[in-house]
Design a protein around this ligand. Structure first.
Ligand SMILES: NC(=O)c1ccc[n+]([C@@H]2O[C@H](COP(=O)([O-])OP(=O)(O)OC[C@H]3O[C@@H](n4cnc5c(N)ncnc54)[C@H](OP(=O)(O)O)[C@@H]3O)[C@@H](O)[C@H]2O)c1
Length: 272
């Protein structure tokens, strides 16, 4: 489906770089069909030498020569970026934004009439090929357009299509979710150290415990609560630990964290 297609990635930072490596590693597109832009010349040189892609600081020219354009700059940069690339944007091109909070409607307003826009929420776990991402279509984007984004994001993990009204919830859950999990892993490791485990052993055990629990959720045909009950013997160690988590309101705290991230996505959409 990508034969003869040319890709431009505007913003070669963390997420732009991750998606690039996924597309190249999974041979979705060859480096000679990809251009990356950035304002950081050193970053561009690194991307050119490591990934063999074309690099430029000219966003408009990159859009002019591309069929698919990934918008991978910070949400705050979007108004200037859309104004910059608008003269080169046509309805024949597909625009895929990975920005938190920026709606397809806001992007369509910044581009010529009929622009085909997708809104995508990837996450940093794509770096390990275990990303969790969602795609939603703007008013002019066709089902086939979403397939391009699903293929690109599918190269670095799970990718699903959702209605745009669900995108802020996706952002709060899986977009920011890796950070919540990293805090949990760090805290478990600190607990191990506090109880006498060497730091590197504590970290290895904490990481594998979270990885294994997630994998078990994927492979076992059981609800996480059933899996929790499997390791909670009457009057046992796990029950004692779980009681402290409940006293600490872990569920309400995690739900509150996702809700706060969703509120912030809403603020970003308003340019706050
Ligand atoms: N990081 C994540 O986990 C994550 C997850 C989901 C979605 N996202 C979204 O992905 C987007 C990028 O985030 P990120 O974390 O990858 O940020 P980042 O590392 O800062 O990447 C953005 C890159 O764009 C460059 N840039 C700034 N202005 C530009 C311009 N006018 N033209 C071209 N490039 C320009 C930046 O250069 P300077 O650094 O020199 O300004 C930087 O290299 C954001 O919209 C974010 O909401 C990120």
């Amino acid at each position: 489906m990508f034969t003869n297609k040319k890709l431009a990635v505007l913003g070669g930072g963390k997420m732009g770089g991750i998606l690039l490596r996924g597309v190249i590693d999974k041979k979705i597109l060859s480096p000679d069909r990809i251009t990356v832009t950035d304002i950081d010349k050193d970053r561009l040189q690194t991307l050119a030498s490591t990934l063999r892609v074309s690099v430029s600081s000219d966003n408009k020219k990159a859009v002019k020569n591309a069929d698919i354009v990934i918008l991978a700059v910070k949400p705050q940069i979007f108004p200037d970026l859309l104004q910059d690339i608008r003269p080169a944007a046509t309805a024949s091109k597909l625009f895929m934004s990975i920005a938190a909070g920026i709606t397809t409607g806001a992007i369509e307003k910044g581009l010529p009439k009929g622009a085909r826009v997708l809104r995508v929420m990837p996450n940093v776990n794509a770096l390990a090929g275990e990303g969790a991402a969602a795609v939603s279509r703007g008013k002019n984007a066709k089902p086939d357009d979403a397939r391009y984004a699903l293929a690109i994001l599918g190269s670095v993990g799970l990718a699903v299509e959702v209605e745009e009204k669900l995108m802020d919830a996706v952002t709060g859950l899986s977009g920011s979710g890796p950070a919540y999990c990293f805090v949990i892993i760090e805290a478990l490791a600190d607990a191990g150290v506090q109880l006498g485990l060497p730091r590197n052993l504590a970290e290895k055990l904490a990481v594998q415990t979270v990885l294994g629990s997630a994998r078990l959720c994927q492979v076992a045909d059981q609800h996480p609560a059933q899996l929790k009950n499997m390791v909670t013997s009457p009057g046992g160690t796990t029950a004692a630990g779980l009681q402290v988590l409940e006293e600490g309101k872990i569920r309400a705290t995690l739900i509150g964290a996702v809700e706060a991230a969703v509120r912030r996505a809403g603020e970003l959409a308003l340019g706050k």
